[in-house]
Design a protein around this ligand. Structure first.
Ligand SMILES: Nc1ncnc2c1ncn2[C@@H]1O[C@H](COP(=O)(O)OP(=O)(O)OP(=O)(O)O)[C@@H](O)[C@H]1O
Ligand SMILES: [Mg+2]
Length: 235
């Protein structure tokens, strides 16, 4: 579905943040990228989104090379992201945030998708006229996901979605990712909560200092003693 081939990227010359990163996302699966702070996870998502030029390598979506395409053109091909820190517009209402998520759709489809997202997140319908900035952290995360889903993305990139949320909210969130997979969405999940992320993931990648050092099924990584020690604090 999405394929990265030897992607190398740097913010400043000589300081490579991604080094020959290669990975393949299978359609309608959840894939997790795990790695320490500063490993390059967010940078990798930026590269996929066309927000981070890469020095070499290529990124292909269903065979089409995305290299050099502007970010808006990548979004229009069905890739949507929920950025770290959520990225909703706090001074706009819930409704307006959702409309922005579906801005490229015809009015009828936009309304139908909004109805679908309100069914998924009833609390957002209750709060539809409130400013997004007034929502709780969990509600804002729901809004960010609903906004991304407004465009019917084929691929959803999620950067640290559980950050700052209460455990019970996080449970619901991971259940939601499984539901979205059932609906046919391909998900790339970057998560600090490595245990939970690998639990729901079909496939996992370990990113260390800009390099992919392990690729395996989520379950295999979850059961791997070295992963358990490095990321789960279990020897
Ligand atoms: N805009 C930027 N300009 C220069 N360097 C940056 C920039 N953003 C990130 N970096 C550096 O690139 C490296 C990778 O950062 P990145 O944000 O991709 O890591 P991460 O794996 O997402 O970390 P975290 O788990 O803390 O979110 C880090 O060394 C970081 O300091
Ligand atoms: Mg990050």
């Amino acid at each position: 579905m999405l394929k990265l081939n030897n992607v190398t990227a740097a913010y400043t010359p000589g300081a490579q943040v991604l080094r020959e990163v290669s990975l393949t996302l299978a359609p309608q699966e959840i894939s997790a990228v795990v790695g320490a702070n500063g490993a390059g996870k967010t940078t990798m998502l930026r590269a996929i989104l066309g927000q981070m030029p890469y020095l070499s390598g290529e990124i292909r979506l269903n065979g089409t090379d995305l290299s050099g395409l502007p970010a808006h053109s990548i979004v229009s091909r069905g890739i949507r992201a929920v950025p770290e820190g959520r990225g909703t517009f706090p001074s706009l209402s819930v409704d307006e945030n959702l409309d922005l998520g579906g801005f490229s759709l015809a009015g009828g489809r936009r309304e139908a998708n909004k109805k679908r997202e309100f069914a998924r997140f009833p609390i957002l319908e209750e709060r539809r006229n409130q400013r997004a900035g007034m929502l709780s952290g969990g509600e804002q995360q729901m809004l960010a996901i609903a906004r991304a889903m407004m465009a019917d993305p084929a691929l959803l990139l999620l950067d640290e979605p559980s950050q700052g949320l209460a455990p019970i909210i996080v449970d619901g969130l991971f259940g939601l990712f499984e539901q979205l997979r059932e609906e046919g969405v391909t998900i790339l999940l970057v998560e600090q909560d490595v245990g939970r992320a690998l639990e729901v993931s079909d496939c996992g990648f370990v990113l260390e200092k800009g390099q992919i050092t392990r690729t395996d099924s989520g379950q295999a990584l979850l059961n791997d003693p070295s992963i358990r020690e490095s990321f789960l604090g279990i020897a």
